[in-house]
Design a binder for this molecule. Structure first.
Ligand code: AMP
Length: 420
């Protein structure tokens, strides 16, 4: 037997109904905020991720699905989607049109990670990006949109963790202070810490080493917020005021740095209970240099990516139940083989009226067809047989009560609709 690859999974019905509903709500909500969909390729030039996500990050260092194609090019299955969006923005000269670009995407991403609950090698993200707006108002609006979306899925107790990682100019002084602090803990560091310190010092704040972690909560740990310029601090504080006004629950998290190099100023994350060790539901932030680093005009950006696998995992039960619900509430069953054409025609009438129909083939007998209708979640079974046909009617059976009514054909839609 050939099985699916490690870290990948098949999404089967009825679970796929939940995924579709989540994505439909995302599209509905994002549209209300003026976002349009962008679809970028699943693989890109490897160099794109090396230059944007960053050489020293875990993603580029050890998690990319990189291969040489038959033409000798190094390509990589996208580990995230912001780089692809920024590349497309530059390639299609979208900046020339001026204004602000609001884009969202939904799709699979690939990282060669050790699979565990909530962590897969193929996973899906729902994300949004705004290009061309430097103000804290857009940072706030993006977070408000996120909470609007999560609220419509039924989440109520979430809060966003926030930090500012400053700009490229502001970070060296902080990194210096951080290095000095860490060197006083030299004997606690493990190999991974040392590598982080060397290649991407901010990531030391994300260390998994328990000995060092004990110290990371210490008040003596330097904070980026103390090294921000006046403008960056003002941006951060203005964002907090806007979130207060928008009644968004947030927590300042001085150690939040995130795993990608391109962030500037605002970074944020939402974690959720019930996800175990992999509790980050979504992450995002501002990236004011990414577009210019990729050869485009200077263009500020901000965005987020939601881990859809994790989102579905902790989805409130009411939303899940409604999504799975009964999607084919009416079964049409031909009583005998000669009734097949009539049943097909009647199912079409109902479907044209917008009712989802489970058309039974009837070949296993009426009893089995009724059982099948019950399994499909049908609330009514419409039996199409010779006797009723002669009277211009059908027999409708209510599955829950087992009561039967003869209903004239031309009244069937109006009869069913209020009862569904
Ligand atoms: P990132 O692109 O690293 O900022 O991640 C954004 C979100 O994607 C995270 O908060 C997770 O919810 C999700 N995510 C990242 N990596 C994985 C993975 N390997 N499996 C499942 N979800 C993931």
């Amino acid at each position: 037997m050939i099985t699916s690859q490690k870290g990948t999974r098949d999404l089967l019905p009825p679970e796929t109904r939940v995924w579709n509903r989540v994505e439909a709500v995302a599209r509905e909500v994002f549209a209300l905020y003026g976002f349009d969909e962008i679809r970028t390729p699943v693989f890109e030039a490897t160099e794109l991720f090396v230059r944007s996500v960053g050489e020293g990050t875990d993603i580029v260092h050890k998690e990319m699905y990189t291969f040489t194609d038959r033409g000798g090019r190094s390509v990589t299955l996208r580990p995230e989607n912001t780089a692809g969006v920024a590349r497309a923005f530059v390639e299609h000269r979208l900046a020339q049109a001026g204004g602000v670009h609001r884009l969202y995407y939904v799709g699979p991403q690939f990282r060669y990670e050790r699979p565990q609950k909530g962590r897969y090698r193929e996973f899906r993200q729902i994300g949004a990006e705004v290009l061309g707006d430097p103000t804290p108002l857009i940072d706030a609006e993006v977070i408000v949109m996120l909470f609007d979306f999560l609220g419509r899925l039924g989440f109520s107790a979430l809060s966003v963790s926030l930090n500012s990682v400053g700009t490229e100019e502001e970070r060296p002084a902080f990194i210096q202070a951080l290095r000095a602090w860490v060197s006083s803990k030299e004997d606690l560091l493990d190999d991974d810490d040392r590598r982080r310190l060397e290649e991407n010092p901010l990531r030391i704040l994300d260390s998994k080493n328990p000995k060092l972690c004990e110290w990371l909560g210490d008040p003596s740990l330097p904070r980026m917020i103390d090294h921000l310029s006046k403008e960056s601090l003002e941006h951060h504080e203005q964002l907090l005021r806007l979130l207060d006004a928008g009644r968004i629950p947030y927590r300042i998290e001085p150690r939040l740095v995130r795993g990608l190099d391109y962030y500037t100023r605002t970074v944020f994350e939402v974690t959720a209970q019930g996800l175990g060790a992999q509790d980050a539901l979504l992450g995002g932030g501002r990236y004011d240099k990414l577009v210019s680093d990729l050869g485009g005009p200077k263009t500020p950006g901000i965005g987020f990516a939601i881990g859809e696998d994790r989102l579905v995992e902790v989805l409130p039960e009411a939303f899940r139940g409604a999504a799975i619900g009964s999607v084919r509430p009416v079964a049409v069953i031909p009583v005998g083989a000669p009734d097949a054409a009539d049943a097909l025609a009647l199912a079409s009438v109902l479907r044209r009226a917008g009712l989802a129909v489970d058309l039974a083939s009837g070949h296993r007998g009426l009893g089995n067809s009724l059982k099948g209708a019950e399994k499909a979640g049908a609330r009514f079974a419409v039996l199409v047989g010779e006797n009723e046909r002669l009277r211009g009617a059908v027999l409708v059976k209510e599955m829950a009560t087992r009561t039967q009514s003869e209903v004239p054909r031309e009244q069937l839609v109006e009869w069913l609709r209020p009862r569904l």
